[in-house]
Design a protein around this ligand. Sequence first.
Ligand code: GRF
Length: 223
Amino acid sequence: MNNLAQSSPGRANPVRLGILLSGRGSNFLAIAESIRTGRLANVEISVVISNVADAPGLAAAQQMCLPTTALVSKGRKREEHDADVVAALHAHRVDLVCLAGYMRLLSPAFIAAFPNRILNIHPSLLPAFPGLDAQEQAFNYGVKVAGCTVHFVDTELDHGAIILQRAIPVLDEDDAHSLAARILHEEHIAYTEAIARVASGQYEIRGRQFVKTGNDGTRERGS
Ligand code: GRF
């Protein structure tokens, strides 16, 4: 099954997001703001889960009175911890999982529990610079164009089908820090846009291609 519309035909209820984060949570906050202002329609945050108890993003979610769960991963086997996270996501009837600075690799069982229902944002133009410190990797390499990628999560690191990318030029006056800040600004736009596309259900995944379709499931002209 490819998309959310097919899993819930004629969906009237909002798409329920489960946000997973480990740190400051600026992408989570951008998503929450997009929902609040109506840029992301028919979407709601059902739960925010962190594997780090004192993650600032989790505290922010609590302040916003969103349901939150801390499931500390340190010292636990990946499969056991992931099983708890999946159970929490199911308990909150999550449709779509959004990794927002979640610094954990997901086990195959986790990915299988939400097939094509897990999104990640990565601060590079994949497949360049997967892994940690992507912005610094890109800056040190000397690229002239940098950016971010929102993609589905599969069993390989920063690898699944790409939903969208946003690119920016690297400026002569940039350092790794300023570049990362400008990429982060693009991330906040990109994640909302990607969630809107996926939540619309108007897409197909053909091989690695994320293809927008019309209401009737046909491929859009020019897309
Ligand atoms: C972002 O740069 C994101 O692309 C990467 O982790 C960082 C998380 O930042 N996966 P934040 O916690 O959303 O502010």
